[in-house]
Write a protein that binds this ligand. Structure first.
Ligand code: AMP
Length: 569
């Protein structure tokens, strides 16, 4: 079975296409969103999703989140002495989604289409593909998130030509995509974005506002637990702006509860620099697509952070267009990925959309440039230009730069700078050339960028016919088959928390956190119920466990509800 997966910065979810419809796949807790959070618990077991997030409030040092931001980099996360890369952590999330989908669908799930931000570079895309492999999935396609959303919104279904802007502000990334849809052909015209801007930054603003009110000059004075509580409170405070123009934020600091009130106006003012950062990618995408705002038929909002009214209002102010958000911004990418699955399997009920995507960055190589009297090395020669429609294959011929040169090394670079060293080195290919005077040997370089945004490079020495080909993989990520197998085995060896224990664990972690946050009678009630649950678990009576767990959940819900209403009033 093939499923579509939205591997998000904050949350992930899976969807499939069944009986003529895209269907969201609930996780083991019956919820559609699985937080992209991983923890290693006291027994060395891997926790994923909501359970990991709850555990993380109490054990931030054993928990990793927002790791999508470091996909394709060397960053390692140390969780209880075990080191993981972002792709391994993402692999755990994917493994959990795969298992949940298998239980829900009642059949093995071996293949997936995974979405990535349109602005993800080659390294990040490959890391995503490998994360899928670590989870035991064949990633048959990588799809750009905005393209998936546009499919979910049914852009162009009316048959008329439509040009739309997809404004995607997720937890940690921001993308603007301009695409056109006409008679089942979807063409992406331009992509622009910022890989380091998202909802988390809007949470950070509240953290700073709160600490400012408390006159906490040095954030290092606070321990990790307190900081993690402040972030949680800031996140809740941010989300509750959807329900009113005033929001509260309260945290226990050094044994004392500090509550602060914020108005939406104050918050909007503090977010001004962040909102301003949204403008540039909008302008760049329009410029690259060679369209004006008047040419746009629709603006579609995607990503959890577009639920913020200040973001919606800003988009409307800057563009003068009323943006749409009627498809749940949390799920539109997964729905689009599931529709893409149907297209891939050529489900008759879904008209095949011919997708024309673009390469979001320039790909080129380093050359020596002849500047009259002297030669200057280190210049960048673009081969495939940014926003070229893919799949694409482009060829350039270069010549030997020195007399008696024995080898030519083709550096595969990605980026927009005219100086080669400022661009990202994706890999290198070296070929032997017959010695001779400079400029004698011609070398043909072909870059092929496919629909999965994977780059194939071919280098050919024209005089000898010698040819070298490679799917470019960055040096630091280059894995031998043996290494890949070992990594896979290491992750298999680590046990994920068993599914049937998930609900118990979640409620215990949640109760432990709330025990620390509450006072008086509530505290006593929580500890009594926790003791009852402990006893039921020791007795291994399933029915008893379920009854106590439900009672405890109701108790926690009612305490939280009471607190929440208190905060809003
Ligand atoms: P995504 O990566 O698309 O799942 O988006 C996650 C981001 O959306 C996080 O930063 C969340 O805090 C944010 N978010 C989710 N719901 C809301 C809401 N109701 N109001 C404001 N931000 C939200």
């Amino acid at each position: 079975m093939l499923i579509g997966i939205d591997l998000g910065t904050t949350n992930s979810l899976a969807a499939c296409f069944r009986n003529g419809n895209a269907e969201l796949i609930p996780n083991r807790l019956g919820k559609k969103l699985t937080p992209s959070v991983i923890s290693v618990d006291d027994d060395g077991k891997i926790l994923v999703g909501e359970t990991a997030r709850e555990y993380g409030y109490l054990h931030p040092d054993r928990t990793a989140k927002v790791f999508k931001r470091t996909m394709g980099t060397d960053r390692e996360y140390d969780l209880a002495g075990m080191k993981f890369s972002s792709e391994e952590l993402s692999g755990f999330v994917l493994r959990s989604l795969k298992e949940d989908a298998e239980v829900y669908l009642g059949e093995p799930v071996e293949e997936a289409i995974i979405s990535v931000p349109a602005y993800f570079n080659d390294k990040q895309r490959k890391a995503t593909k490998r994360a899928g492999e670590l989870a035991g999935l064949t990633v048959s396609r990588i799809i750009n998130e905005p393209t998936a959303s546009a499919i979910a919104y049914g852009v162009g279904e009316e048959g008329a030509m439509e040009r739309c802007m997809v404004f995607d502000l997720g937890g940690g990334t921001f993308d603007v995509t301009i695409l056109e849809y006409f008679k089942n052909i979807m063409e992406v015209y331009a992509i622009a974005g910022d890989n380091f801007l998202g909802g988390e930054d809007f949470t950070q603003v509240l953290v700073e506002m709160y600490l400012g009110r408390l006159l906490v000059a040095n954030i290092n004075m606070l321990d990790l637990r307190t900081l993690s509580n402040i972030y949680k409170a800031a996140e809740d405070c941010k989300c509750s702006f959807s329900q009113g123009n005033v929001s509260h934020m309260g945290v226990n600091i050094f044994g004392q509860y500090h509550e602060e009130e914020f108005t939406i106006e104050e918050y909007a003012e503090a977010c001004e620099p962040l909102l301003e950062k949204l403008r540039k990618p909008i302008e760049k995408a329009l410029r690259d697509a060679k369209v004006t705002l008047d040419d746009l038929d629709r603006i579609i909002l995607v990503g959890g952070a577009t639920k913020l009214s200040i973001v919606r209002e800003y988009v409307q102010k800057v563009t003068g267009i009323y943006p749409e958000w009627y498809v749940d911004p949390d799920t539109s990418v997964a729905v689009g990925a599931a529709l893409q699955c149907a297209m891939k399997e050529r489900d008759k009920r879904i008209e095949e959309v011919i997708l024309t995507d673009v390469c979001p960055f320039t790909l080129g190589t380093e050359v020596v440039r002849d500047i009259g009297a002297f030669e200057e090395p280190g210049h960048y020669l673009p081969i495939i230009e940014r926003n070229t429609v893919i799949p694409v294959s482009r060829r350039q011929t270069v010549y030997t730069a020195h007399d008696n040169q024995k080898y030519v090394t083709v550096k595969v670079l990605q980026g927009e700078s005219y100086m080669a060293k400022n661009n990202l080195l994706l890999g290198e290919l070296t070929v032997e050339v017959p010695v001779g005077p400079k400029g004698q040997e011609a070398i043909e370089i072909t870059y092929t960028y496919d629909v999965n945004s994977l780059l194939e490079v071919e280098v050919k020495v024209l005089s000898t016919g010698l040819q070298k080909k490679a799917i470019i993989q960055s040096e630091e990520n280059k894995m031998s088959e043996e290494e890949a197998r070992q990594r896979f085995e290491r992750l298999q060896y680590l046990k994920q928390n068993p599914r049937d224990d998930e609900e118990n664990k979640l409620v215990i972690y949640r109760a432990s956190r709330m025990y620390e946050e509450t006072y008086g009678a509530d505290k006593t009630k929580i500890s009594d119920m926790l003791a009852q649950l402990d006893e039921a678990m020791a007795n291994k009576s399933r029915l008893e466990i379920e009854i106590v767990r439900e009672k405890l959940t109701d108790l926690l819900d009612s305490i939280e509800q009471k607190d929440f209403q208190g905060l809003l009033s």
